[in-house]
Design a binder for this molecule. Structure first.
Ligand SMILES: NC(=O)c1ccc[n+]([C@@H]2O[C@H](COP(=O)([O-])OP(=O)(O)OC[C@H]3O[C@@H](n4cnc5c(N)ncnc54)[C@H](OP(=O)(O)O)[C@@H]3O)[C@@H](O)[C@H]2O)c1
Length: 251
């Protein structure tokens, strides 16, 4: 029996890592549903190169009702959901003592709350739908963490708390839903050259490169392979793990 094209939901697919993952998974044959607050020419271009295989909406990841409707609309459009990549996040850098309530709230509600609600909606769908094939898993989840969750970095305490929270969430959920055929893993990238890290000073960039065995900052293309793998049949026995992709360990 032919395996049907999987449908993968990726939050934050308009740029950076989310866009790169969308591009890679479209190349392997997935249909992609993604959302972000704004669109981008790059995502429009990707959608035009894969007609009928990209669904994109604009809303805030902190809006639980919108997330719920988005997953339902994805099912209406593509018939099912097979993988969920919780990628959207914001990073407000600054020392904790002077950080505003608004910045703390934004990181907690988008990076942690938004990801949890998205994953819950996808897991509900995995449990409700028939499996793509009788021997197929029910679904898989990847949450995008960061090396700062495990290693720490000054000025990123709240951001790191959201990422450490996501890793704990993934480990627990993997145990909870494993018996139902759902895998849950985290990917923890090192610093990447995207808009999110644009505020890194030149001195910080040089320090990270100096401490990275592979001698450079990561690019989104360095991370997509890990997410491609974790959402593929090749990872059928991998769950509850955090896969660090950071060129060898910059502190
Ligand atoms: N860049 C790094 O150095 C680095 C390192 C380790 C881990 N990571 C993680 O990798 C993931 C991707 O980061 P990135 O560097 O690709 O970031 P990015 O370039 O800033 O892209 C973030 C994506 O998420 C969307 N997004 C942000 N806030 C949102 C919200 N409230 N609601 C809906 N969508 C939202 C953005 O679109 P809109 O702004 O239009 O909403 C965009 O599509 C994140 O989880 C990040 O924490 C990044």
């Amino acid at each position: 029996m032919t395996r049907p094209s999987p449908t993968t939901i990726i939050s934050g697919g308009s740029r950076g890592l989310g866009l790169a993952v969308a591009s890679r998974l479209l190349e392997r044959g997935d249909r992609i549903a993604t959302f972000s607050r704004s669109g981008s020419a790059a995502l429009d271009d990707l959608a035009s190169r894969h007609p009928g295989r990209v669904h994109h909406e604009h809303f805030d990841a902190a809006d639980s009702a919108a997330v719920r409707q988005f997953v339902a609309k994805t099912v209406d459009r593509f018939g099912r959901v097979d993988h969920c990549v919780a990628n959207a996040a914001v990073a407000a850098e600054g020392i904790l003592a002077t950080m505003s309530d608004a910045d703390i709230d934004a990181m907690l509600t988008v990076n942690l709350g938004g990801a949890i609600v998205l994953v819950r909606e996808c897991v509900r769908q995995f449990l409700a739908q028939p499996r793509a094939l009788p021997d197929a898993e029910a679904g898989s989840v990847v949450v995008v963490s960061s090396v700062v969750a495990a290693r720490g970095s000054p000025g990123l305490a709240v951001y790191a708390a959201t990422k450490a929270g996501l890793e704990g969430f993934a480990r627990c959920l993997a145990r909870e839903v494993g018996p139902r055929g759902i895998r849950v893993n985290a990917v923890a990238p090192g610093f990447l050259t995207t808009e999110l890290s644009a505020t890194l000073s030149q001195a910080d960039r040089e320090r990270i490169v100096r401490r990275t065995p592979l001698g450079r900052l990561g690019a989104t293309g360095d991370i997509v392979g890990a997410i491609d793998f974790l959402t593929s049949p090749g990872a059928a026995f991998v769950t509850g793990q955090t896969l660090t992709v950071d060129g060898g360990g910059a502190a």
